[in-house]
Design a protein around this ligand. Sequence first.
Ligand code: KIV
Length: 281
Amino acid sequence: MPKKGVLELHEMKRAGQKIAWLTAYDYPTATFEEAAGVDMILVGDSLGMCVYGYPGTVPVTMDQCIVHSEAVRRAAPRTFVVGDMPFMSYQISDEEAVRNAGRFLKEAGVDAIKLEGGVSVISRVKAILAAGIVVCGHIGLTPQSSGQLGGHKAQGRTLESAKLVVEDARALYAAGIQLLLVEAVPPEVAAFIAAELPIPVLGIGAGAEVDGQLLIVSDVLGTFQAFTPKFVKKYADLADVSTAALTEYVKDVRAAAFPEEAHCYHMLDGEHEKFAAFTDK
Ligand code: KIV
């Protein structure tokens, strides 16, 4: 299968084919996702919570994002990989935004970067686009500024708030973004944006009437246990499966039931007798 690029994603929108998008942070998971036929992978700054155990995304650094993006890229060479710009990698200046976006491409080989914000980040978006980098916008609930939003709260639930979300979408599209993620907004607001914009509009907690869906793989597989947002559908419970398997291992070791004969290396022909003679001395 040829590698998926942004033009193929635009073609999927035109053809009415829904785009399947998941986060991944490591090599094995990204391998499973490519095998499953996922169209896009986000190496999200949610790795702060899902991999490092931070309380939120704010502590995540560029270096962490690069290392995880490299692993995902190696595992999923044919999938469209998006690197997520962490807090303070683009807030300070256009120059820093371009430098950090460029690191994702040069060091990790991702296909696009994503950054949070609408009207407030237009100058950053234009600067990154001018460097020839594909940009995915992210509006609605933007976790990096959840402090200002009063927590991880759905956006666009009043007319005034919905207008702001639409205004952000229009401003980003006018700036030239090629992909847009809308997080935690009512379905009718996301559907309006997806119908209006000719680029793929993906949703996470934004209903079904958009061009594709994103979920956090740790929620989908049940490895993140701190909390589960309303929009998550859990497809497996790997936390339970893993804990049960590991408990069995501990029991086996304690009972000397592991290792068994089949798990042991044996001495080469004739060497056992020589070794026995050696230890008898
Ligand atoms: O980091 C991430 O996984 C994200 C999603 C919450 C949209 O940005």
